[in-house]
Design a binder for this molecule. Structure first.
Ligand code: CTP
Length: 401
C-alpha cells in the first residue's frame, strides 16, 4: 500500500466504527489516506476521529469549498488511486447503481477514475433483499470490486451475512487484487468470442453452438489483470462486459476478420476463442426463400481463416488459438498450432462433459510452441481464463529470455 492514495468513503452504518481501524492500518502500511463521509456516517463517528487517524482533513460536504483554486470533490476524485467504500450501506449502493449524486460520497464515486472497492455492511435481510442484490450486480457490472461481508452476530441482533469484513482482510483483498492488476499492466489484449452467423436470406442463417462464455471470461480476466482489452464478439446472449472493455460487435466471419485484422498490429496478446464459420452461402437472398418441392441445395464457399491470416502477419504479438475437437484433440490441436503459426493453442474436447460450448466450466490443454502441454482440469471458465493468462505470461517471458 506504500504511497498509494486511498480515498476512504464512510457511510452511515454502525460498522463506521471499524473504518477507524481501517484508516489506522492503511496509514501504518504507508498509504496516504483521505476520508470522506456522508452526513449519517458522521452521526456514528466524528470526522475529527478520522482526521486524527489519517492526518488529513475530512470532507463531509460537497459544497464546502475551502480553496478557491480547486473544486474539492473533483480534486479528491482525481487524487485517488483507490476508492474504498467501507462500510457501504444499502442506501449508497442503491444511489450509485442509479447514478444519483446527492452527497459527497455518491458524487465523488461518479467522478473518480480510481479502482473502486466496496465493502457492504447491513442487516442480513437488507443484504438479501432483491433490490440490494440487483443494485450490487449493477455495480459489479461497472467493474467495481466487492469485498463481501462476513457472517455472524450483527449489531441489529440478527445472525447472518452483513457484518463488515475485518479491516485486515479488506486490506489483504485489496493488496492481492492490486498485485494481480500489475500482471498485464500496460499490455494490449485482443480477444474474439462467440459464433459467427452466415446469412442465407433475411430470416435464416448458418451458425454454431458457441455461446461466447469462454471469450467473455478471458476478456474479463485480462481486464482485471490490468490489460487494455478489446473484445470482438459475434452474436451472443451474454451481458455486455464491464464498461472498461472495448467491445466491437460483429455478425459474420468477414466482419470478424476485418475487426481482428484492423486491431491486430499494436496488440501484445491475441486470443481467438471465437467459433468462426468455415463456410458461408455462396449466394445470399434479399427476399425470404420460398420452399419448393424436392430437396434444396445451398452451395457454400470458404470464409477467411482469420487465425491463419493473423499468424501470417504476426510480428511481436503472442497469438493464441482455440481448437474445439471431438476426437484426437491433442493431435488435431497441435497440427493447428503449427499450420496457423501460433504461439500456443488451447485445446478442448467438446464431447467431454463439463467442457466446451454453453458449459460454465471448461477442461482444456494448453500447448505452446515447444509443444509443452499443460492440462487445466475442470474449473469455471473464469478460473480457466486466469490460469491461461499465467501460462501465456510465462511463455512470453521465456520467449524474451
Ligand atoms: N478460426 C478462424 N477463422 C476461421 C476458422 C477458425 O480464425 N475461419 C480460428 C478459431 O477462432 C480457433 C481456431 O481457428 O481459434 C480453430 O478453429 P477450429 O474451427 O477448431 O479449426 P479449423 O481451422 O476450422 O479446423 P477444422 O475445421 O479442420 O477443425
Amino acid at each position: 500500500m506504500q504511497n498509494k492514495n486511498v480515498l476512504l468513503a464512510v457511510t452511515g452504518g454502525i460498522a463506521a466504527y471499524k473504518a477507524c481501524a481501517l484508516t489506522s492500518k492503511l496509514t501504518q502500511q504507508g498509504a496516504n489516506v483521505k476520508v470522506i463521509m456522508t452526513e449519517s456516517a458522521s452521526k456514528f463517528v466524528s470526522p475529527l476521529t478520522f482526521q486524527a487517524l489519517s492526518r488529513n482533513p475530512v470532507y463531509t460536504d460537497t459544497f464546502d469549498e475551502k480553496d478557491p483554486e480547486k473544486i474539492a470533490h473533483i480534486d479528491l476524485a482525481d487524487w485517488a488511486d483507490i476508492f474504498l467504500l467501507a462500510p457501504a450501506t444499502a442506501n449508497i449502493i442503491g444511489k450509485v447503481a442509479n447514478g444519483i449524486a446527492d452527497d459527497i460520497v455518491s458524487t465523488i464515486i461518479l467522478a473518480t477514475k480510481a479502482v473502486v472497492y466496496i465493502a457492504p455492511a447491513m442487516n442480513v435481510n437488507m443484504y438479501e433483499h432483491p433490490a440490494v442484490i440487483k443494485n450490487m450486480q449493477v455495480l459489479a457490472d461497472f467493474g467495481y470490486h466487492f469485498i463481501e461481508p462476513g457472517a455472524g452476530y450483527l449489531a441489529c441482533g440478527w445472525v447472518g451475512k452483513g457484518r463488515l469484513e475485518e479491516p485486515e482482510t479488506i486490506i489483504d483483498v485489496i493488496k492481492t487484487h492490486q498485485g494481480n492488476r500489475q500482471l498485464l499492466a500496460g499490455k494490449k489484449v485482443l480477444i474474439s468470442a462467440g459464433p459467427t452467423r452466415e446469412r442465407i436470406d433475411p430470416v435464416r442463417f448458418f451458425s454454431n453452438r458457441s455461446t461466447g462464455k469462454m471469450g467473455y471470461k478471458l476478456a474479463e480476466a485480462a481486464y482485471e489483470l490490468g490489460a487494455d482489452v478489446t473484445l470482438v464478439s459475434g452474436p451472443v446472449d451474454l451481458k455486455n462486459p464491464t464498461v472498461g472493455i472495448k467491445l466491437i460487435n460483429v455478425t459474420t466471419a468477414q466482419e470478424m476478420y476485418e475487426a481482428m485484422t484492423d486491431n491486430f498490429p499494436n496488440q501484445d496478446i491475441v486470443i481467438k476463442a471465437a467459433a468462426v464459420a468455415d463456410y458461408r452461402p455462396k449466394i445470399t437472398y434479399d427476399e425470404k426463400m420460398k420452399k419448393q418441392d424436392g430437396a434444396l441445395q445451398i452451395e457454400l464457399e470458404r470464409t477467411q481463416d482469420i487465425l491463419k491470416a493473423l499468424g501470417n502477419r504476426k510480428t511481436n504479438q503472442f497469438l493464441v488459438g482455440f481448437a474445439a475437437e471431438t476426437q484426437n484433440p491433442i493431435e488435431y490441436g497441435t497440427e493447428k498450432l503449427k499450420r496457423k503459426n501460433l504461439d500456443a493453442i488451447v485445446i478442448n474436447n467438446v464431447a467431454q462433459e463439463g467442457a466446451g460450448f454453453g458449459s460454465d466450466t471448461n477442461i482444456v490443454t494448453y500447448v505452446n510452441r515447444e509443444l509443452e502441454q499443460h492440462d487445466i482440469p475442470q474449473a469455471s471458465k473464469k478460473e480457466v481464463a486466469n490460469e491461461l493468462f499465467k501460462l501465456i505470461l510465462q511463455d512470453m517471458k521465456d520467449e524474451k529470455a
